[in-house]
Design a protein around this ligand. Structure first.
Ligand code: PLP
Length: 411
């Protein structure tokens, strides 16, 4: 996306605004499928939670992608976007049996990560095949909140509990059609994937009716110039070789599945804000923008880095700024950043704003959530309107306090 396209978007749709580049999403999708081109059956299930706008889902549908969902609402969104039920996998954690049954009724693939739920589901629905999410006890991921495959994690069924899974399968006569793992996000080292894949292959050998093995996701994307990223091409080559050898041994061409969020959409997104005020204190120059962690929580939540540039003055002299929001708590987007000179009214652009940005936005401080715009075919398409005051009041119910109390209140 060019700076002039971004500025044009703010002019047309106002600020703050999320902007996504459809070409970048498509090129990431192609890069991933190309890396695994020697695998006969490959399935990419886009992780809806990363960015769940229905137009983004429709875009993925147009590529032939499937989707990975974690709530019944995401399943419903996927169906509304036109995905066939068998193109949707439901990978929840900590949800009720009722919710899993509701998803199964809709015909989507079911992924279970809890022995108790597995036993109950298998007993009631032995004819519905399910995938098992394994916890391989691998410590991987960019930080503690997004490392989900280690021994203390709430996710997955421990590899040490495989005998228990097998007993449930034998007793209920249910079918296990897939084995899955997801160890974390922002995994740098492809050796982690390769090591965990060995565990998955060993596990898979114990299940005779598999259709697919799902390696989850966790690919790290670059957040700044020169940043390290997961080497998808190398991973593709090495993992495909291992996978193809495993299929030979297993006696069936299984599907190799992934469910990336960040890799597919992070770099496609830009968050554009306007500078409300410059505030010089004794130690710092703050640039205060018309947004806060209500719209982009990752820096405050995970300490994530988003590059920030001044697209109104890209040739200006570089100075140091701390970029903050308007929330009534500390909401720092970036500390001591070298940015081209900022004037009040300038447009600041936050990069890597495609994944876990709008989808984690809230109405905190009773602010409107921003508009979302998708650039597709060289044209800006509004894909979500900016909220209005009606949206803030929507679903709130007012109590009539003017009704006289019958009896005085007693302590
Ligand atoms: C089960 C599961 N699959 C896939 C993803 C997507 O991960 P990423 O955005 O790092 O690709 C997540 C992220 O939380 C997840 O929990």
């Amino acid at each position: 996306m060019t700076e002039s396209q971004l500025l044009q978007t703010v002019e047309e749709f106002g600020s703050p605004v999320y902007v996504y580049d459809a070409d970048k999403i498509e090129s990431q999708y192609k890069r991933l499928t190309n890396a695994f081109k020697t695998v006969k059956h490959l399935k990419i299930n886009y992780a809806v939670k990363a960015l769940s706008n229905i137009s983004i889902l429709k875009l993925f549908n147009s590529f032939g992608s499937g989707i990975d969902t974690v709530s019944i609402q995401e399943v419903q969104l996927g169906l509304a976007a036109g995905f066939k039920a068998d193109q949707i996998i439901f990978t929840p954690n900590g949800v009720s049996l009722d919710e899993i049954e509701e998803a199964a009724k809709l015909g989507v693939k079911i992924n279970i990560d809890n022995l108790s739920i597995l036993e109950q589901f298998g007993t009631k629905h032995p004819k519905v095949p399910v995938c098992i999410r394994i916890n391989p006890h691998v410590m991987a991921g960019g930080n503690a909140n997004i490392s989900v495959g280690h021994i203390d994690s709430k996710f997955g069924i421990s590899i040490h509990q495989i005998p228990h899974i097998l007993r449930i399968v034998e007793n209920t006569k249910m079918t296990i059609n897939g084995i899955h793992m997801h160890t974390g996000s922002d995994i740098l080292d492809i050796e982690v994937f390769l090591y965990a894949s060995e565990i998955l292959f060993e596990t898979a050998k114990q299940f005779k009716n598999l259709d697919f093995i799902d390696f989850g996701s966790g690919f790290k994307v670059p957040y700044k110039v020169g940043d390290i990223e997961t080497n998808i091409e190398e991973l593709g080559e090495k993992l495909s070789t291992k996978f193809n050898a495993f299929c030979k041994e297993y006696g069936k061409d299984l599907t190799l599945a992934f469910e990336p969020g960040k890799f597919l959409v992070s770099e496609s997104g830009y968050f554009l804000t306007k500078v409300n005020a410059i505030k010089q204190t004794t130690s710092t120059v703050f640039a205060q923008v018309d947004s806060g962690f209500n719209h982009l929580i990752r820096p405050m939540f995970y300490g994530s880095h988003h590059e920030i540039t001044n697209i109104s003055n890209p040739k200006g002299r570089e100075r140091f700024y701390t970029v903050v929001g308007y929330i009534c708590e500390t909401d720092t987007f970036g500390n001591n950043r070298r940015i081209n000179e900022i004037n009040e009214g300038d447009v600041l652009c936050f990069k890597n704003a495609g994944a876990y940005c709008f989808s984690m936005a809230s109405n905190y401080n009773s602010r409107f959530r921003p508009a979302e715009v998708l650039w597709f075919n060289n044209k800006a398409h509004l894909i979500r309107k900016r909220e209005t005051f009606e949206d803030i009041l929507n679903n709130q119910i007012e109590v009539d306090f003017s009704i006289k109390k019958e009896k005085p209140m007693v302590n």
